[in-house]
Design a protein around this ligand. Sequence first.
Ligand code: PAF
Length: 312
Amino acid sequence: MKCAVVGPGALGCLLAASLGSVCDQPVWLVDHNEERAQLLRQQGVVVEKGGRSERFAVRATADPAQVGFADLVLFCVKSTAVATTLNHIRPMMAEKSLLLAFQNGISHLEELKAFGLPGAWAVAVTAMGATLLGPGRVRFGGSGLTRLGWVGAGCGKSAFGLQGAADLLARTGMAVRVEPEILSHVWNKLLVNVGINGLTALYQCPNGGLLAHPEALARMRAAVEEAAMVARAQGIAITADPVALTMEVCKATSANISSMLQDVRKGRATEISAINGAVVAIAKDLGISVPANERILAEIKSLEISYLPYFP
Ligand code: PAF
């Protein structure tokens, strides 16, 4: 069985290293950057865990044609890169292939539906923690549950099957579960990201800092409550108290620098469109007012304008 991980970020590197230890063939790690792929080929992926570091060999490449058809593709690119990367990895996808999409937010669901992959695709929602320390160097940050699920019809069929993928991932030591109602979990995670990511980037604070800042906390509550209203209006069964859940995550990850604050600090495009932006777009279709999310979206967009290059 051929496995490939797409995207050498923190999660992608961790998954490539973990899968490599249980697969009978070396795992491919697909990058869009040939220079970095070469480095990963030479050095492998180094995982720091519990004060020890271990090196795992990977077959890194920037050329998906070199991989050929893959049975299992773990798709770990940022939500901002979904459409371009799906095009890039088309040569790896056959009818028998299964792609698991690990993105934050919800915009990737529509993109995957619209793309029409030759194989099947399913969604993965993970609470596993990982921090990228440098190219191919990752710190394991905790083994939270990973949930897998089909998102309605139109996901295609795979010879491998979702339970087969779950069993394989579980052999790496991950906690994995196949869920019949994955959208509930996608939205529960989205609600947390709606409340934390944009605001930590605006207030320039670690996740726990939001709880200590009355204005940020009030904005978090408002944004999460609005997004919960949007979820419920679509009939999605979300957690009973999403604000409490968001505050719990802030506490549990209080020293973490959110992925969005990391993006802003590194001058990269953020995932705001897939998170608060997606809530604003769905709310508009449903005729629901979401001013707290609109404000976070607008403020992050103007922050991005201050550092992203402008291509007319
Ligand atoms: O995107 C992130 O950084 C994470 O999903 C979370 C939960 C906000 C923790 O930092």
